[in-house]
Design a protein around this ligand. Structure first.
Ligand code: NDP
Length: 444
């Protein structure tokens, strides 16, 4: 049994109810074999065992009162996974599916993603099984205030800096920050994704989607190609999906399909993004309303059918495991050439294998969606320097970071004999920096 196999076996035995965490750990650890061969000292120092064990897991009760006066109780989580290269950094997810397994998988991924940005940020993640859908603003505020009333004692501008994720946007970050400031009496950069009037950064809202398109554009460019004239399918219609669509369209692509958690819209003439924004960002409505407003567009109930829409480029931007083996096979059969992950772990391990075996250029989440957290780190830099950069300045830095990530993961893959395998490249490049720092810190 190899070192990796031993660690994974132990991980499964000790965390039997955490399938998503085990899936992410398997995806990462199995690609690190060549690094471990070069560095036997890692096994001697039980580095992998330490790497997969969070430094700290905080779980707490979140009581709040709904509009009918009923007391509700949710679970709150913050997993402070690894602070070897900087303070913990990673989003908060509010969604009924949230559990410890999902937060740990996201936290583990976040360690390597943050490392790939080249910026000094460690990995963490948090959230709650609270469902913001259908709640009034007052209920959201009550929940956020209660959540922060526990979380505040564990976070800080140099300790742990949470941000948004699924279900946590500008409104939620505002309420969370307001409560932190009230309890601590400190106006500091303790959360990112803040509003522009209270310490936020320009271009943070757009960053993950724009970054996804920048890294894909670089992959296209190195192959003498571009977004211009390409047919693109994007899953989701949230923060990442909307700004990926905006940037892809601005580069001449035709985005023909998007979805929300109920179903997908197909518009052969190209999605009208202003209508999607109005439905999802302004009215917080359902995507099926699109077909009432756009002639020639169709709506199909259920999500997975979106991958039957033929495209050159697929950008999954909704949630984990949305592309399984069967969907991957259909995408390949229909001629997809590039798949870049905007969401975290949207492709199953089997789907990734299908893409790689078929010669599809596959850019994994930890590289492809790192633009969000990278821009969060730029927000932290502006906060501590009491600075405010222009949109163009932040956007240029973001683009540069994404281009660097692309070349770093390409180089790492090549150096270890896996040319073109960006899963290997991203895991190896991200891991080496964290492993170096952990070794330097001794047994901690
Ligand atoms: P949002 O909440 O803004 O949007 C999520 C979108 O995905 C919505 O359209 C939602 O549909 C849909 N969705 C959520 N869960 C499911 C599901 N189980 N099945 C089908 N559709 C679903 O989230 P974000 O855009 O911020 O995040 C999307 C993904 O990107 C996540 O994986 C997140 O971890 C990742 N990510 C986000 C970053 C960011 O900066 N925001 C940074 C890096 C990664 P509905 O409207 O019906 O809820």
């Amino acid at each position: 049994m190899t070192y990796v196999e031993k660690v994974l076996k132990n991980l499964k035995e000790q965390n039997p109810d955490e399938p998503e965490f085990y899936q992410a750990a398997t995806e990462i650890l199995t690609t690190l074999e060549p690094v471990l061969e070069k560095h036997p000292e890692y096994e001697n120092q039980s580095l992998l065992e330490r790497f997969v064990e969070p430094e700290r897991v905080i779980m707490f009760r979140v009581p709040w009162v709904d509009d009918k006066g009923k007391v509700r109780v949710n679970k709150g989580y913050r997993v402070q996974f690894n602070s070897a290269i900087g303070p913990y950094k990673g989003g908060l997810r509010f969604h009924p599916s949230v559990n410890l397994s999902i937060i740990k998988f996201l936290g583990l991924e976040q360690i390597l993603k943050n490392s790939l940005t080249g910026l000094p940020i460690g990995g963490g993640k948090g959230g709650s099984n609270f469902d913001p859908k259908g709640k009034s603003d007052r209920e959201i505020m009550a929940f956020c205030q209660s959540f922060m009333t526990e979380l505040f004692r564990h976070i800080g501008a140099d300790t742990d800096v949470p941000a948004g994720d699924i279900g946590v946007g500008a409104r939620e970050i505002g309420y969370l920050f307001g409560q932190y400031k009230r309890i601590r009496d400190e106006h500091v950069g303790v959360l990112t994704g803040r509003g522009l009037s209270y310490g936020g950064s320009l271009a943070r809202k757009e960053a993950t989607g724009f970054g996804l398109v920048y890294i894909t554009e670089e992959a296209l460019k190195t192959r003498g190609d571009s977004f211009n004239g390409k047919t693109v399918v994007i899953s989701g219609s949230g923060n990442v999906a909307i700004y990926a669509c905006q940037k892809a369209q601005s580069l001449g692509a035709k985005v023909v399909a998007m979805y929300d958690s109920n179903g997908y819209v197909y518009d052969p003439d190209g999605i009208k993004l202003d209508i999607i924004k109005d439905i999802k960002e302004v009215k917080r409505g359902r995507i099926k309303e699109y077909v009432d407003r756009v002639k020639g567009a169709t709506y199909t109930e259920g999500c997975s059918g979106i991958w039957t829409v033929p495209c050159d480029i697929a950008l999954p931007c909704a949630t984990q495991n949305e592309i399984d083996e069967k969907s991957a096979e259909i995408l390949v059969k229909n001629g997809v050439k590039y798949v870049a992950e905007g969401a975290n772990m949207p492709s199953t391990l089997e789907a990734i294998k299908v893409f790689q075996d078929s010669g599809v250029v596959f850019l994994p989440a930890k590289a492809a969606n790192a633009g969000g957290v990278a821009t969060s780190a730029l927000e932290m830099a502006q906060s501590s320097g009491r600075l405010f950069w222009s949109f163009e300045e932040v956007d240029a830095k973001l683009k540069n970071i994404m281009i660097n990530i692309y070349h770093n993961i390409e180089m790492a893959a090549k150096n270890y004999g896996y040319d073109g395998n960006y899963v290997m490249g991203a895991n190896i490049a991200g891991f080496i920096k964290v492993a170096d720092a952990m070794m330097a810190h001794g047994i901690v």
